[in-house]
Design a protein around this ligand. Structure first.
Ligand code: P6P
Length: 318
């Protein structure tokens, strides 16, 4: 009998409570996957004619994915608000405004790859509202450090649609079974390999990196001999890093002086998964991504995520 998402209900102290939300993510994943596969025939590709709070030109399908995700979180009946890359403010779910959980999400990460039919993803994390249940949630309620995250994961829309997630007791990968019509366990207990793999970075930014990262990367390459792979879609690059090992990095540079990737719905969920899989998640040589105290919903940070040996070799820490 195949193992389904329901197995997560038996994991750790939070598995059962997280099930309705994980199931909701699964439903959103199926809807978004369906949307992606037929997008070109429904004029759903291309720009929406607006920019998000990040100043990034939104794709039509970014907005459609954001709507789908919010509605599936509403349908769980357990989520009071959603913090989304595509929405400047926290989206309060009025019918459940006194519920305990807040979900942070990048609904369609890497959407600039869509016009070349590249892999994209959804990244999410689940936190208890910071200031306790009851009353209408505000942005401050979602500003939780990564070490208090209860669940996190991503959906990878690739040749297969995968849901990789953790409820705090290791990391499991589930693949959508097209015949059975459900996610089934395909990658139990994912562990980041201690050695090998690749370094994954947009090396064209190297001459603009801050904090001496150009020299640090050159030294790491010489010391480890790792090859390089880079898709430009965090979910795809992080999925490879989880399965094959190595390090994914997006340093601060002269253009993005605090880094490009967003703390709450990119760095923290991916850092949580990497740590749960036995790897290392840093934002500087001395600070874990999971120890950063968030100050704003769309805050950015540098990230160095992957095998502890590769992260240490890169940052000169350990
Ligand atoms: P660059 C996609 O826009 C994204 O947020 C991540 O998915 C990805 O890792 C990064 O930005 C790519 O950025 O500057 O290399 O195109």
């Amino acid at each position: 009998m195949p193992v389904t998402l329901n197995t997560l209900a038996t994991k750790g102290e939070n598995g059962a409570a997280m099930m309705p939300i994980i199931q909701g993510v699964g439903r959103a994943a199926v809807e978004i996957s369906y949307l992606l596969r037929g997008a070109v025939f429904r004029d759903a590709l291309g720009e929406a004619g607006a920019e998000n709070v990040q100043g990034e030109r939104q794709q039509k399908i970014d907005l459609l994915s954001d709507e789908i995700f919010l509605e599936e979180m509403r349908a769980t009946g357990h989520v009071c608000a959603v913090g989304s890359e595509e929405q400047e403010a926290l989206q309060v779910i009025d019918e459940y405004a006194d519920a305990e959980w807040i979900v942070l999400v990048d609904p369609l990460d890497g959407s600039s790859n869509l016009d070349i039919d590249g892999p994209v993803g959804t990244i999410f994390s689940v936190v208890r509202r910071k200031n306790g249940a009851g009353g209408r949630p505000v942005e401050a309620d979602c500003l939780c450090a990564g070490n208090s995250v209860v669940a996190a994961g991503y959906v990878l829309y690739g040749p297969a649609t995968m849901l990789v997630c953790s409820v705090g007791s290791g990391v499991d990968g589930f693949t959508w079974h097209p015949n059975d019509g459900r996610f089934e366990l395909s990658h139990p207990d994912i562990r980041v390999p201690a050695t090998g793999g690749y370094y994954s970075v947009n090396e064209s930014n190297a001459d603009k990196w801050l904090d001496g990262m150009g020299d640090k990367l050159a030294a790491m390459k010489k010391a480890t001999g790792l090859g390089m792979r880079y898709v430009g879609s965090m979910v795809a690059d992080m999925h490879r890093t989880l399965l094959k090992g190595g390090v994914f990095l997006y340093p601060a540079d002269e253009k993005n002086r605090n880094g490009k990737l967003r703390l709450l719905y990119e760095a923290i969920p991916m850092g949580f998964l990497v740590q749960q899989a036995g790897g290392k998640a840093m934002t500087s040589p001395t600070l874990s991504v999971l120890d950063v105290e968030p100050e704003a919903l769309h805050q950015r940070v540098p990230v160095y995520l992957g095998s502890a040996s590769a992260v240490d070799a890169l940052l000169g820490c350990g």
